[in-house]
Design a protein around this ligand. Structure first.
Ligand code: AMP
Length: 300
């Protein structure tokens, strides 16, 4: 693994690889790596000659200052995990994995970027209205990473399902010939989707957090015989009333922010299962637990 902090050094390494006709996989992350991120890195290593993993907490995608300040920064541990993943994948060649960890000034030398992206209906649902400016901030950083790493393929996790639709729309707009590779969610043994935010949960909250995934899995079974609206209502009711059925210490409870059942490509809500198009239907949820906002999905 090579660690690079300067944009020009990354450009130079990528140009050299391109001259040799090598394929490049890009895995954008904000660090605080866990098995979910490592699954993307491992897959990228298997499918490309060279892989760029970016570790950059992108300030312009945070609409909440406290969330940005609280975001875990664990660069040394991240680099060790990347090295472990590299040595786990066979036939490795030590300079085919680049960890790109720039400073904010290096990424945005002109100061706060002024470009704004609009994606229409796909950003007007779920996370979009609740996190104003978030997806535009994601698009700005991802486009810069595309320009620097010039990837053949870019890897994104389905945990951030709407983000994948946004990147698909970004690629349609900028017409870069990059293959978008959505990767399945990696979960803890008890079903909780891995997330750097999980470490902020108290032990009591962590113990009940798998209820989110368990409820979604049950919802997927109900989809065989229940209407869309009934499944939706059941998920929201089950989580909202969980603490009434299972009394919790310290007033701990699930507070769902939204649960939407949408077409997996357009992300528009569906009223009937038959309305879902080529990618099917997906349920997307955001739930507050113990002051932490957790997101997850289920495919129907
Ligand atoms: P983040 O560092 O949280 O911005 O995430 C970087 C990438 O890792 C994004 O594409 C995420 O969707 C993906 N990711 C995060 N958690 C998981 C997970 N549990 N399983 C699979 N991918 C994940």
């Amino acid at each position: 693994m090579i660690q690079i902090t300067k944009a020009n050094d990354l450009l130079a390494a990528v140009s050299k690889a391109k001259e040799q006709g090598l394929s490049i996989g890009l895995v954008p992350t904000m660090g605080a790596l866990h098995e979910g991120h490592l699954s993307l890195i491992g897959r990228a290593l298997q499918e490309n000659d060279m892989v760029v993993v970016s570790l950059f907490v992108n300030p312009i995608q945070f609409n909440n200052k406290e969330d940005l300040e609280k975001y875990p920064r664990t660069l040394e541990a991240d680099l060790e995990l990347i090295k472990d993943e590299e040595s786990r994948i066979k036939n490795q060649n030590t300079d085919r994995l680049i960890a790109f960890a720039p400073t904010v000034e290096e990424m945005y030398p002109e100061g706060q970027p002024t470009e704004v992206y609009h994606f229409g209906p796909v950003e007007e649902v779920m996370e979009g209205p609740r996190r104003p400016g978030h997806f535009s901030g994601v698009a700005v950083v991802v486009r810069r990473l595309f320009d620097l790493a010039q990837p053949t393929r870019a890897y994104f996790g389905e945990k951030d399902y709407q983000q994948i639709a946004i990147i698909r729309a970004l690629l349609d707009q900028i017409k870069y010939p990059i293959e978008l590779v959505p990767c399945p969610i990696v979960r803890a043994d008890d079903g909780l989707a891995l997330s750097s935010r999980n470490m902020r949960l108290s032990p009591e909250a962590r113990a009940i957090a798998p209820t989110i995934n368990a409820t979604l899995e049950q919802a997927a079974e109900m989809a065989d015989y229940e209407e869309v609206d009934d499944v939706k209502e059941w998920v929201l009711d089950t989580l909202s009333s969980f603490h009434e059925v299972n009394p919790q210490p310290n007033g701990l409870q699930f507070e769902p922010e939204y649960f939407e059942i949408v077409d997996a490509r357009t992300l528009q809500p569906i009223a009937e299962w038959s309305e879902a198009g080529d990618l099917g239907a997906v349920g997307c949820i955001a739930v507050w637990l113990d002051g932490v906002r957790l997101i997850d999905i289920v495919k129907f």
